[in-house]
Design a protein around this ligand. Structure first.
Ligand SMILES: Cc1cc2nc3c(=O)[nH]c(=O)nc-3n(C[C@H](O)[C@H](O)[C@H](O)COP(=O)(O)O)c2cc1C
Ligand SMILES: C=C(O[C@@H]1CC(C(=O)O)=C[C@@H](OP(=O)(O)O)[C@H]1O)C(=O)O
Length: 383
């Protein structure tokens, strides 16, 4: 079983990740993980914090000579900003309770967390609720993607909407792969320019924006996941992983919500057969998932992100201590983090797919898994 745990506060020393269950023999380098960490830091609309951080992973265990050992892979990403917060964030009694946060921000974890954990200083909540933690998820996702790449599964992620600006029509995987070159990770140059403009407009107004990201995965064989039990359905597992990204409020698979308004004749994908290829679907409204299993087509998943909750023009709130009306706390913040969320969504999908691959093909050593996967692919194309 593939699993990972993360630890770390936003302004603490850094983020720790332990990935357990990776087979031996997977090529893995810090540089590869760092490419994804840098992408997550980028994207137009980020705030001041991202000019302080230079996320780089340190591989502490589980990798030797550029290959995984089969033992837990331990990773660490330092917070450069910690230098400015050391005394405030100290774990011992010497910690200074400065910059106490008592005015909960609507849309953030402050109020619910403060109530649940009995914390009047809402910093004790926001430190872990912060999406800083998604750097650790991306590192784990990059480890998963290294395994998937060896097995012929490739992912792409890109932005399809920011606020009112949306990409028109479907984006092919080959085009989506080019999206990292855009300032907002959007494959359509015209939409990309308009997205930058609306983010700038929002920044000037002290406002924030959300949007929609899309993840595509190719080379996924039919039969990952299962129809037999609710928690083995891959659609559900993918949706959970995407929905758990801070600020994601909706997940769509294939034609998703549109399917609710069209008749069955137009909604489903016909089944066809070609000698040497096996069964396939000429269309892909199902987004590569039927019955909680991959069906051999390209996976198409979308996640909708709400606007960033910290506002420079804060909404009405109530002081946690005095219970008097107050405006919400104003902190340094992103204006739009949809491009960054595309990278986190990429990592979430890679993670779930790697887990599903390990369940189906098992193995402790990459060549074993490759052999099983190749035999299965041969069966699928020859049936
Ligand atoms: C990459 C990324 C960056 C984010 N940056 C900020 C930010 O700068 N300020 C903020 O208030 N929220 C930010 N968020 C959103 C909050 O973390 C999120 O809204 C909060 O944890 C509450 O969770 P919920 O929106 O899922 O309910 C970011 C989210 C992501 C994925
Ligand atoms: C640190 C990151 O994102 C942070 C996510 C975040 C939040 O509230 O979610 C608030 C901001 O943190 P700060 O208050 O330090 O400026 C973002 O910068 C990151 O993505 O690495």
């Amino acid at each position: 079983m593939l699993r990972y745990l993360t630890a770390g506060e936003s302004h603490g020393r850094g983020l720790s990740v332990i990935v357990e269950g990776m087979p031996a023999g997977v090529p893995l380098t810090a540089e590869e993980i760092n490419t994804w960490l840098a992408r997550r830091q980028g994207g137009y609309g980020r705030g001041g914090r991202m000019s302080i951080e230079r996320d780089r992973v340190e591989i502490l265990a589980g990798v030797r000579g550029g290959y995984t050992l089969g033992s837990p892979v331990a990773l660490f990403i330092a917070n450069r900003d910690w230098a400015n917060w050391q005394e405030i964030m100290a774990p011992g009694p010497e910690a200074r309770a400065e910059r106490v946060v008592t005015r909960p921000r609507p849309g953030h974890a402050d109020l619910a967390g403060g109530l649940k954990y009995h914390q009047a200083d809402l910093r004790n909540i926001l430190e872990r609720a912060s999406a800083r933690e998604t750097a650790a998820r991306v590192a784990a996702g990059a480890v998963a993607a290294a395994l998937l790449k060896e097995l012929g599964i490739e992912l792409a992620a890109h932005v399809v909407r920011i606020g009112p600006v949306a990409v028109k029509g479907a984006v092919e995987l080959s085009a989506a792969r080019q999206a990292w070159g855009s300032p907002v990770y959007c494959a359509d140059p015209e939409a990309s320019r308009a997205m930058v403009a609306v983010i700038e407009e929002a920044r000037q107004k002290g406002d924030t924006l959300g949007g929609v990201v899309e993840v595509l995965a190719a080379g996924v064989p039919a039969g990952l996941g299962s129809h037999v039990h609710w928690d083995r359905r891959l659609d559900g597992r993918l949706a959970q992983a995407l929905m758990s990204i801070p600020a994601i409020k909706g997940v769509e698979i294939g034609a998703g919500f549109e399917l609710a308004s069209i008749p069955g004749i137009l909604a489903h994908d016909a089944i066809a057969y070609r000698e040497g290829q096996g069964f396939y679907h000429p269309t892909n409204r199902a987004g590569g998932l039927e019955g909680g299993m991959t069906n051999g087509e390209i996976l198409v998943l979308r996640a909708a992100m709400k606007p960033i909750p910290t506002l420079m023009q804060p909404l009405p709130s109530v002081d946690f201590l005095t219970k008097k009306p107050a405006t919400a706390a104003v902190e340094r913040s992103d204006v739009c983090a949809v491009p960054a969320a595309a990278v986190v969504a990429w990592a979430a999908v890679a993670w779930v797919l790697a887990g599903a691959v390990m369940e189906k093909f098992g193995g402790d050593y990459l060549p074993e898994i490759k052999e099983r996967m190749a035999a299965y692919r041969e069966y699928l194309s020859g049936i």
